[in-house]
Design a protein around this ligand. Structure first.
Ligand SMILES: *Cc1c(COP(=O)(O)O)cnc(C)c1O
Length: 337
């Protein structure tokens, strides 16, 4: 066994409803709480009888649909089974042992895990107020997440440009960008070292289907596509994503509800806790209630305890914006603790 495997901290996936023998409210994984658009369900039902066949490994239909959605050419789009798989593919194509990698903290821990697996020289940095205000290092690769998980804030465009000038490659993880309405993908016009990651798991509500993509320079896309498992994306995942892109209006309406619920939750939570500014479908909450996540769990509400995440100072939990009645129940329970 490679020694590095011992050094890697296991990813903490948080609590899952399957682990409980009663109904629980899942607000721990930043999923979209609303059902998929009807055409998504219909298309999956239609194809279900073809699951004996492999998907085409080129995923042309999906790339064409993503190309139309994003405005980038199919040669600038790589797909795989979730943005998290693309994080791994990016580290695989870019990193040699001891290459310098910067991961601002607190952020998504997969950047650390996959960089370590490549035996990179990993540097983490905590910024004042958890806001990345500039680039102070140089190196091979930097991971920026905008909006950031778990803090919810957006990295300013001029700061991203500073990173692009100081690092050989910069990943900007935009898993939540449809909620913030921000993207830096257009910077690709000036910077061929930018790799933008996107996901169908959040805004498009397809977390169970495992679909993600990267927008990047052709050379990066070709390298990712060359080494990825040719069939990493399931046939049903491809179909679901293509259909979801035909119903963007539906998902925009859903997102509007989610954003207005988020502000309602913020107002309620602020009566009692410190709540961070969020441009995504979740809120980061600083609190002083012992075992708050466990006590919420006892009442059937799952949130993510992010206390102890590198860089985060003091007890925190992250709560996903759910459906209105779920949020009501969460607020009711949390206000009684
Ligand atoms: C949820 C999340 C992802 C994972 O996306 P998948 O497409 O489900 O693999 C990637 N990055 C961040 C920051 C996330 O929060």
């Amino acid at each position: 066994m490679r020694r590095v495997v011992d050094f890697i901290n296991e990813y903490d996936p948080g609590p899952f409803p399957e682990d409980f023998d009663r109904e629980v409210i899942q607000l721990a994984s930043n999923e979209n709480p609303y059902p998929p658009a009807e055409n998504v369900i219909a298309a999956i039902k239609n194809r279900i009888f073809k699951i004996n066949r492999y998907p085409s490994p080129y995923y042309r239909e999906l790339k064409k649909a993503i190309s139309e959605y994003t405005g980038f050419g199919v040669e600038n789009i790589a797909v795989s089974s979730g943005a998290s798989d693309i994080i791994r593919l990016v580290t695989d194509i870019l990193l040699d042992p001891l290459d310098r990698v910067l991961v601002p903290m607190p952020s998504y821990t997969m950047y650390v895990m996959y960089s370590m697996l490549r035996e990179a020289s990993l540097e983490t940095r905590v910024y004042e107020g958890y806001r990345i205000d500039g680039c102070y290092e140089r190196g091979k690769l930097a991971f920026l997440c905008s909006p950031n998980n778990p803090t919810g804030n957006v990295v300013e465009r001029k700061v991203i440009e500073e990173f692009l000038q100081n690092f050989e490659y910069v990943v900007v993880d935009e898993a939540y960008c449809e909620f913030s309405g921000t993207s830096c993908a257009d910077l690709l016009e000036h910077y061929d070292n930018l790799i933008v990651l996107r996901s169908f798991s959040k805004f498009f509500g397809l977390a169970g289907m495992r679909v993600g993509y990267a927008i990047a320079d052709e050379k990066v896309v070709r390298a990712i596509e060359k080494i990825r498992n040719p069939f990493s994306l399931s046939m049903l995942g491809q179909i679901a994503a293509v259909e979801a892109l035909k119903s963007v209006e539906y998902y925009r309406r859903v997102a509007e509800i989610i954003l207005s619920e988020r502000e309602r939750m913020r107002r309620e939570l602020e009566k009692r806790f410190y709540v961070y500014e969020s441009s995504a479908n979740f809120l980061l909450v600083k609190h002083d209630v012992p075992d708050i996540a466990e006590r919420l769990m006892e009442e059937g509400v799952l949130v993510r305890d992010v206390t102890g995440l590198e860089g985060l100072d003091g007890p925190h939990f992250r709560v996903t914006v759910g459906r209105k009645e779920e949020n009501d129940r969460f607020l009711e329970v949390v206000s009684g603790l």
